[in-house]
Design a binder for this molecule. Sequence first.
Ligand code: ADP
Ligand code: MG
Length: 386
Amino acid sequence: MIQFKNVVKEYQPARFKAVDDVSFSVAPGELMVLIGPSGSGKTTCLKMINRLIDPTEGTILMDGKDIASYDPVELRRHIGYVVQHIGLMPHMTIGENIALVPKLSGWDAKKRKEIARELIALVDLPEDYLERYPSQLSGGQQQRIGVIRALAADPPVILMDEPFSALDPVTREQLQEELLRIQTQMKKSIVFVTHNMPEAVHIADRICILRAGKIEQIGTPDHILRNPANDFIAQFMGEQKMNVKNDTQHTDLPAISEIMLPPIVEYAHRGLAEGIARMRSRNVDSLILVDKGAKFVGVARVREMRLRYPEENLTLMDVAITNYPSATLNDPLDSVIAKMHQAKVPMIPILNEKDRRVLGAVTRACLVEVMHRQLQDEGGQEPWSN
Ligand code: ADP
Ligand code: MG
């Protein structure tokens, strides 16, 4: 569908190569992610596809035909374009914004309305939003409109330049899911630029990693995760790889019951001074709180206790984190580690599954112990033993 052949883009005066001998192709229906550090040439590659920039050397083919032979305006009607700050026209309604390209292409008003209604349903926004103006929508909603606007004239190719980068993480994930859903239905050829590796791994059919204008590696997310071509890529992929490891290597880990420590608990109705005294005597920085029936109700940390200490009538429950994560004896240890990592907590209480009584706690110190044991298992005898 799209083919780069030895494409170079030089900028004057120093003949600096922003894109340096790049060749790759994007198949029909394929979602290709271009990823790389800032300045690696991602945007330049994208803009050469719709001729906002012309290459210095090499050719770009669309459907086997050199794009240099197209009229740029005509070419752009066959290519949807989504950018970070989407630039919806503020004086046009959402409906008019969506139907902008169809209008330029001469569709009549009825057909334009139809397509706008169809598309807005695709991103789960109510139809009466078509009458609203961009400023009346949230950032995430505006970005959804930006995405469907690019789809309006049904172009075979969509270019997306960091389209979700300005969004909060939750909205960002929602839009990723919506994009994947739309892509399953519509099967466009999409070139998607990001510098966010989890995003790339999640949405890409293939990933093309750029550095300093050159392609470092190109392949499926799975292939690149397993076989990074060099240290740069390995580092770039680093965090993702850890997650994969956790998924596949949980078999040798000990059970929670083997490593958990006796819990340091306190009644939730006790006062802050009592709580602080107890932490001091046990040399810990948080307390697992239980109700009068010994059931887990939350965790109180020293920070909140200190902060609110002057308020005399507070109980530990008043400063507790009540949605604090917990686990049960039957959970695999790797899921507990993942939970600690995700919630960024140093300790997880272990509960009896049935009545939520506190049985123990897994702390970072326990995990060090686990690692130590695993090293022993793998390395055989310790050097100082006979
Ligand atoms: P990315 O999108 O990966 O962050 P770009 O494609 O925008 O990178 O830019 C690649 C390199 O080209 C950068 O070093 C950038 O500074 C340079 N560059 C981009 N546009 C121009 C320009 N018009 N003139 C000179 N240098 C440019
Ligand atoms: Mg860019």
